[in-house]
Design a protein around this ligand. Structure first.
Ligand code: MG
Length: 354
């Protein structure tokens, strides 16, 4: 064995535990009952239903809106729709939206059967599947012990809820989920993992959790490439769990567009910049000052706050970080005689003091 090999084996031994844990960021095994049980808390009083804001896509608001949903095979679902809710029918399969979504703020209300029947994962089990892959567990977790990563509010098989904020069987409960889909590069590799924040009955139970991959029973799945938008699905786990008042907001549609940073469009020599320097008297009261420091022009305004000015032309300057524009006027093309200061839609004139 030469020194190259011994170094290699040394490094493997050194980093071996890292290899073991790096894949999922925890040393707990999937569905481990030894994982600490989330503390049971009483959730705050919530006045449900929480109705959608005007920019929401409403996915279920009452009987007829079952039409927004279908079976996983694209055929009409056999889930029962009554009044203001629909209910899972055992053996009928998952249900999914006809529309597809990416990043969302999702509100959904659910109730597990009362009186409760069964235990652990067999009691009031269903699930909210973002993009048909990433499950927030729905389960009757009121006085019902189960493995922590499979509780209500868990990202199934990955993250237990931070606390158990469950209400009793039969009572309406709410999830508010902020979901950021994974991003893939053009080789189909994940470059940004999915993230989820979940409120259960108004209580934070998942705080911007990074998903290791798709959620699954007994294991988690590595990320595999999928479309940017996919249906929202609800699980048939054999229990007649009810859902109502389902709406979401599409975050990619409302996200702010990025801006391009303001830059100098022309370069002015210090000897030229020097000409702008001075005190400019405002029409009502007070002054603006223009200074030259470190080869840059600065505006002193709003109580001597300092704004770096970037020349766009000989007349127009823009503050680098604040939406202030300063336009200079010249009488004889040599020295500015006044400046026009524009901020939040208002322009004021200031005349240069002699
Ligand atoms: Mg489930």
């Amino acid at each position: 064995m030469n020194s190259y090999f011994s170094l290699r084996y040394f490094l493997i031994i050194l980093f071996f535990p890292v290899f073991l844990t790096a894949q999922n960021g925890t040393q707990w095994r999937v569905h481990d009952l030894n994982r600490p049980q989330p503390q049971v808390i009483s959730p705050p009083v919530q006045y449900l239903p929480i109705l959608p804001p005007s920019d929401a896509v409403v996915l279920f608001s009452g009987k007829e809106s079952i039409n927004n949903w279908q079976g996983m095979d694209g055929k009409p679902t056999k889930w029962i729709s009554q009044d203001d809710y629909f209910e899972c029918v055992k053996g009928s399969g998952y249900i999914q939206t006809k529309q597809c979504f990416g990043d969302v703020q999702l509100h959904i209300e659910w109730a597990t059967p009362a009186p409760p029947k069964g235990e652990s994962q067999g009691r009031g089990n269903s699930g909210v599947f973002l993009m048909r892959r990433y499950e927030v567990q729905v389960l009757d977790c009121y006085n019902n012990k189960t493995y922590p990563d499979g509780q209500a509010g868990a990202i199934y098989g990955q993250y237990p809820p931070q606390v158990n904020a469950s209400r009793p069987a039969g009572e309406w409960q709410s999830y508010d989920i902020i979901f950021h889909r994974p991003r893939f590069n053009n080789l189909g590799q994940v470059v940004q993992k999915a993230r989820m924040t979940v409120f259960h009955n108004g209580v934070l139970v998942q705080d911007n959790a990074t998903l290791w991959g798709g959620t699954d029973w007994l294991k988690y799945r590595e990320y595999s490439y999928h479309a940017d938008k996919l249906p929202l699905a609800l699980q048939d786990h054999g229990n007649p769990v009810r859902y109502r008042n389902i709406w979401l907001r599409e975050l990619e549609k409302i996200r702010e567009k990025p801006a391009t940073a303001v830059q100098a469009k022309i370069k002015l020599e210090e000897t030229v910049l020097q000409k702008y320097v001075g005190t400019y008297k405002k029409e009502k009261k007070g002054v603006h000052k223009i200074e030259l420091r470190g080869g840059k022009l600065w505006l002193l305004a709003h109580g001597n706050r300092r704004f770096e000015l970037l020349p766009q032309s000989k007349e127009l300057f823009k503050a680098r970080f604040t939406a202030i524009d300063v336009r200079f006027s010249f009488a004889d093309d040599a020295l500015p005689t006044a400046l026009y200061y524009t901020f939040t839609g208002h322009t004021g004139k200031a005349v240069r003091e002699k």
